[in-house]
Ligand binder design. Sequence first.
Ligand SMILES: CCCCCCCCCC(=O)SCCNC(=O)CCNC(=O)[C@H](O)C(C)(C)COP(=O)(O)OP(=O)(O)OC[C@H]1O[C@@H](n2cnc3c(N)ncnc32)[C@H](O)[C@@H]1OP(=O)(O)O
Length: 238
Amino acid sequence: MLRRCARLLRTTGALCGPKRGRSFSSEVLHVDHSLPNPSWNEDMRLLFDQFMKKSEDGSWKRLPSYKYNPTERIEDVKIFFPDAKLLKEQMSQAQLFPRSLGEGVGFEYAMFHNHVEDRTVCIFQGGPHLQGAPGFLHGGAIATMIDSTLGMCAILTGGIAMTANLNINFRRPIPLCSVVVINCQLDRVEGRKLFVSCNVRSMDEKTLYSEATSTFVKLDPKKKIDIRASGAFYTNLQ
Ligand SMILES: CCCCCCCCCC(=O)SCCNC(=O)CCNC(=O)[C@H](O)C(C)(C)COP(=O)(O)OP(=O)(O)OC[C@H]1O[C@@H](n2cnc3c(N)ncnc32)[C@H](O)[C@@H]1OP(=O)(O)O
């Protein structure tokens, strides 16, 4: 495992320290990070190819993933924000947390969604900068990917929603740089509440690493979200 991580660090150049002279504005805004890159190991590539094959008949769809929110997404969410200008400013500068670490050292993942079965699958390779207990992934990193995959499943099946409740059982530690599969499904909908659950398994499905249940609540267009740091609220303005 440690050898595999060291190889990965060399491949991605992470051992050389931060890149100099790279300004924030020069970042490529529209790179789809859910496509294979040199840090992906063989297992990751194999699973990716398997899901791409499943996507050929249209039952599964690969979900593109960007570091920065495409500004077109403002249209999807601006109804919830009283200050559209500030929202646009924030969306153009803020980075999606699971995409904020360098290639190969943090969260490498690709998600696929099945609209007929209301399922989302995430193939996830957790890099060496996500260490918790020596040699294993940090629980917060696992929770991040679980929340993100459950969230995609909730949003794609029910609309714009936020995590209201998340329960995780961590059953086995996940080795750093290994590949796991997060399998989510929408269990039921009650009013604005979406109940979504998942399990995290090894590639051969023999090891159950974690299980989670969650409640997502669809945002109410009558309530507004204020994103000013000093006055953050999500409440009914009427
Ligand atoms: C990689 C790609 C990633 C893309 C996906 C990203 C996924 C990431 C998602 C997140 O991490 S979101 C960040 C973490 N979550 C938050 O910050 C949410 C903070 N909480 C809130 O803003 C509000 O509490 C919330 C929007 C969840 C609900 O507020 P509302 O005012 O809309 O709910 P309301 O109080 O009217 O309750 C509506 C229903 O939800 C229920 N409910 C509310 N909060 C709950 C809760 N915490 N647990 C269980 N149920 C809850 C509530 O009981 C009620 O049920 P009933 O309709 O049966 O009466």
